[in-house]
Design a protein around this ligand. Structure first.
Ligand code: SF4
Length: 180
């Protein structure tokens, strides 16, 4: 659930209740902070409801306790219901950025590799596959490794500074282009 203050935050508790009451605890509902992905969603910071507030609201109805991360680079913080009714996750992409542990890359349908959800440019992998003198699998693997090694993306940690940069938001890739 993407939580947007003033739009759907009244549904946090009903959503949690629904997932508690169905699925025998087998489906983990995750709440993610509303983000400024792309340049067309009219994002405003005052519409972001911090995950800490999501936890606070849920805890008042269904007491929660934190759990250890399931894997390194896990984007969601895990919480379990104290009564054993399952888990939820919260993704604090705005208020508690986790770029230093980020291990995600995204590939567009045109074969461009984006190293960050907020990137302005992708790396053209299709050219390696289809260009003159197409690369071998090993060469492509090495090229991807080199691109990743050179990565310096940490948009969410720099959000405030980048938002202040004139025109910086206009070039970010849209989520539908890279598949979310
Ligand atoms: S802002 Fe970019 S680098 Fe930071 S966590 Fe999100 S995708 Fe990863």
């Amino acid at each position: 659930m993407v939580v947007k203050r003033g739009t759907n935050d009244g549904q946090i508790v009903p959503m949690a209740r629904y997932f508690r009451d169905h699925f025998d605890g087998q489906v983990m509902l995750r709440f993610i902070e509303y983000m400024d992905v792309g340049a067309t969603n009219g994002w405003r910071m005052d519409e972001v409801l911090p995950s800490s507030e999501v936890i606070e609201r849920l805890n008042a109805h269904f007491p929660l306790e934190p759990l250890e991360a399931a894997a390194p680079g896990e984007t969601a913080e895990r919480w379990r219901y104290r009564d054993g009714a399952g888990e939820i996750g919260v993704i604090s992409s705005v208020t508690r950025a986790f770029c230093r542990d980020c291990n995600r890359a995204r590939l567009s349908t045109e074969g461009k590799l984006f190293l960050c959800l907020f990137a302005c440019h992708g790396h053209d992998l299709r050219a390696l596959l289809r260009g003159k003198g197409a690369c071998t699998d090993d060469q492509i693997r090495s090229a991807i490794g080199a691109i990743w090694q050179d990565r310096g993306d940490r948009y969410s940690e720099l959000r405030g500074a980048m938002a202040a940069e004139p025109g910086s938001g206009s070039r970010r890739v849209e989520m539908h282009y890279i598949g979310g």
